[in-house]
Design a protein around this ligand. Structure first.
Ligand SMILES: [Zn+2]
Ligand SMILES: [Zn+2]
Length: 281
């Protein structure tokens, strides 16, 4: 194995939500990199509870976040993570969590973003006035409370969310208060998606971190810069039944974070007729 070009490097990680717990051990073990926490207000770039809307994609935001930490600490190497919750890209009825992790290295002009997708996520919410105790308890069970925290806010109006709730009495009191504050007398009870109170999400961040570490250990075949790996895909995988090109990936493209070198690798197999524009228009 080649020596890691990141051995002895101290990278700053922009986080207020304990992401060093997921990323620090594996980056040290796999790359010899140390992680210093930059306690910058990453909420300025968007929150899950909607007080601040995220501008741009998660992929753009994660790089901006890393740069925020670098600016605050004067560090030349920055790390950040950013999550996106929503329907699974290939199965829209399945909820998914995609976690992005970025490394920005201003010593060499390198930016590498890796991601991990998981269908193991507890994101979701219910509207309740708090009187149906059984419905509240069923929701709490579903999101893994109290191991995972929850958030409560009024269903309407400007009321701010109460985050990080992990005691049942606190949840019930917050629901009652939020319902009173809301014009329609109801509260929104949801999973708290911040990493330090959501172990399911923390695991997906660690998975993205492992991918980032693996990728940073892979040198570009053309210029030897670290971070050679997947940058995109070409659609057109043929249908198993009729051979028509489908929107599924036909080849995976790997690229360098520093030079324009690209290589592509065909995807084996064939697409399910369910995704075929001819068989399943
Ligand atoms: Zn077909
Ligand atoms: Zn290169």
């Amino acid at each position: 194995m080649e020596p890691s070009p990141f051995r002895g490097v101290v990278a700053c990680l922009a986080t207020m939500h304990g992401k060093q717990w997921a990323l620090r051990p594996l980056l040290r073990r796999r790359l010899g990199m140390s992680v210093r926490v930059a306690s910058v207000d990453t909420d300025a770039l968007g929150t899950f509870t909607g007080e601040v809307r995220r501008v741009g994609s998660a992929r753009e935001t994660v790089v901006r976040k890393a740069r925020l930490g670098m600016a605050a600490t004067g560090s030349l190497v920055g790390l950040a993570s950013e999550g996106a919750f929503g329907p699974h890209p290939a199965a829209p009825w399945t909820p998914a969590d995609v976690e992005y992790v970025a490394l920005v290295d201003d010593r060499s002009g390198l930016t590498v973003v890796e991601s991990a997708l998981s269908v193991e996520t507890n994101h979701g919410q219910v509207i309740t006035d708090g009187r149906d105790r059984a419905a509240v308890l069923a929701f709490l069970r579903r999101v893994g409370f109290p191991h995972h925290a929850v958030v409560v806010r009024p269903a309407t109006g400007p009321g701010r969310p109460v985050k990080g709730l992990r005691r049942l009495a606190d949840v019930l009191a917050a629901v009652r208060r939020a319902a009173v504050d809301s014009d329609d007398g109801t509260a929104v009870l949801g999973a708290d998606l911040r990493a330090h109170v959501n172990p399911t999400r923390m695991r997906v961040i660690a998975a993205a971190g492992r991918r980032l570490a693996r990728r940073l250990a892979a040198p570009c075949p053309a210029c030897a810069a670290p971070g050679f790996g997947p940058v995109g895909a070409e659609p057109g995988l043929p249908c198993r039944d009729c051979g028509t090109p489908t929107p599924r990936d036909a080849s995976l493209i790997s690229g360098c974070g520093r030079c324009p070198y690209r290589s592509s690798r065909p995807v084996a197999g064939a697409a399910d007729p369910g995704s075929c524009p001819a068989c399943n228009p």
